[in-house]
Design a protein around this ligand. Structure first.
Ligand code: IMP
Length: 498
């Protein structure tokens, strides 16, 4: 006979945190958000520690190289999606690994024989006022000069004239070798009062530009997640079908961590695939999932998963529960799996971190997920709202929105994620829609992080392990949920002081 689990399946909205005593040395500035990404023995450090407990979902609408760069600069990690050919995903990994903060690949490039009118059009398109003049008009051609918006004026100069006539030729241009470090480049920018320093290889081909205006920008990201060679870290999603070919290609491209991406990870296929990765590439942290209970967690942990993702049916674009009647409230799932993780630690001496994936709609849901035991969270909807996400920004009567679609939607057709018995999707498990546009990731994530820090301080903790081991949570009735919101008629405009 079927087993009925007595406990009701609950979501984050049904809980609130109780404040704990806050001591004087506990303040938002002293909160440390570092958290392990991967399996490690008790008393040891994980091979990779996130500097902030955020990862971005393995989705086409979310984890592009641009978003991965922005998130890693803020201490988190993206998992680039695998619903693309192996070589494209490997190229996306390379794009992140090749990013060098402060070293700009020139996007405004012309040839010397191009007209000033053409140059003006290129500058308008890119929004940048410094153009590289290279022999072939590419970002890595032989550098012949630089031309900036200060070198010509559309009303004063003949726009049919050539770029060569107004550029500063490379012979008169301070430049530096390609292996110049950022601090050396910055020193030259300031010492020689330059706006821009081109870095050239031995053949005189342009590699990067370093701008004085980026100097303070580079100081903005003290928590960047980088590898020992100071390159940003990036993860990649993989599937249980082509991992034998995909994993070596991703490793060759420099990927830092992998994660099997499946709507139901409690399967022999995933255990077999995990065993293969661990046998052939034991050093790359590889996660598994998704699961919603302790039994499935233990299965994947024993199969070798270095972390386990939790969540079925809670995603904002997800219709798995409607379509298949499978899933579990995200709060219940995290609490159950966290207990299994702790039991696994007790039994084996090994800590296998867990990730709460999907269903985080409000910023405070992040704090609840971490308080309930998640080591880090994965978010799709949240990141899809930002400029750096790949979805188009669309104007509506109420303001801008961004496109966001599920991996199980007709638009994505990610059949590898959904075991529907073939190489085709028979029915949708996700929808295609929009999310409210939220601007720049750096600014949005700073607000979310500030809220998390202050919640932790109210709960008397400055580290995530202390936060979850001392958290006290209360269930919320419908009536007290009502009380949680503002109960006045809100002013449209801020009150002015008399
Ligand atoms: P969100 O943060 O609530 O938007 O949820 C994102 C998560 O939903 C992803 O990390 C996946 O685990 C899951 N997901 C992605 N696409 C689909 C889909 O089409 N159907 C169901 N779940 C999905």
């Amino acid at each position: 006979m079927a087993q009925i689990i007595a406990e009701v399946s609950r979501t984050f909205n049904e809980f609130l945190l109780l404040p704990n005593r806050t001591r004087t040395d506990c303040s938002p500035a002293t909160v440390d958000l570092r958290t392990p990404l991967s399996r490690h023995r008790v008393g040891e450090r994980a091979a990779i520690e996130l500097h902030a407990p955020f990862t971005s979902a393995i989705m086409q609408a979310v984890s592009s190289p641009e978003l991965a760069i922005a998130l890693a600069r803020n201490g988190g990690l993206s998992f680039l999606h695998h619903n693309q050919p192996i070589e494209d995903q490997a190229a996306a990994v390379r794009q992140v690994k090749h990013f060098k903060a402060g070293f700009v690949t020139s996007d405004t490039n012309v040839r010397p024989e191009d007209t000033l009118g053409h140059l003006l059009g290129v500058m308008r398109r890119t929004g940048h006022s410094t153009a590289a003049v290279t022999h072939d008009g590419t970002a890595t051609g032989r550098l012949l000069g630089l031309v900036t918006s200060r070198d010509f004026h559309p009303q004063r100069h003949d726009l049919a004239g050539s770029v060569a006539g107004r550029m500063t030729p490379v012979a008169d241009l301070p430049h530096a070798p390609a292996d110049t470090t950022l601090s050396e480049a910055n020193a030259r920018l300031w010492d020689e009062r330059l706006d821009c320093l081109p870095l050239l290889d031995a053949r005189g081909h342009l590699q990067h530009l370093v701008f004085r205006s980026d100097y303070s920008d580079n100081k903005r990201f003290p928590h960047q997640l980088v590898d020992p060679a100071k390159r940003l870290r990036v993860g990649a999603g993989i599937n249980t079908h082509d991992y034998r070919e995909r994993v070596p290609a991703l490793l060759e491209a420099g990927v830092d961590a992998l994660c099997f991406d499946s709507s139901d990870g409690y399967s022999d296929w995933q255990a077999e695939a995990l065993a293969w990765v661990k046998e052939n590439h034991p050093d790359v942290p590889t996660g598994g999932g998704n699961v919603v209970d302790g039994e499935a967690f233990a299965f994947l942990a024993e199969a070798g998963a270095d972390f386990v993702k939790v969540g079925v049916g809670g995603g904002s674009i997800c219709i798995t529960r409607d379509q298949k009647g499978i899933g579990r409230g995200q709060a219940s799932a995290v609490l159950d799996v966290a207990a299994a993780r702790d039991a696994f630690l007790e039994r084996t001496g090994e800590y296998v971190p867990i990730c709460s994936d999907g269903g985080l709609v409000h910023d405070y849901h992040v704090a609840l997920a971490l308080a309930m035991g998640a080591d880090f969270v994965m978010m799709g909807r949240y990141f899809a709202r930002f400029d750096q996400a790949p979805g188009a920004k669309v104007p509506t009567r109420e303001g801008f929105v961004k496109e966001y679609w599920g991996e199980g939607s007709n638009r994505a057709r990610n059949w590898q994620r959904y075991g529907q018995g073939g190489q085709e999707m028979v029915f949708e498990e996700g929808v295609d829609g929009y999310v409210p546009y939220a601007g720049d990731l750096n600014e949005g994530l700073a607000v979310t992080t500030a809220k998390l820090r202050t919640t932790m301080v109210s709960c008397g903790s400055t580290t995530l392990p202390v936060f979850r081991s001392t958290a006290r949570l209360t269930l919320v009735s419908d009536q007290s949920f009502e009380e949680s919101h503002a109960n006045v008629i809100l002013r449209d405009t801020p009150a002015t002081l008399a």
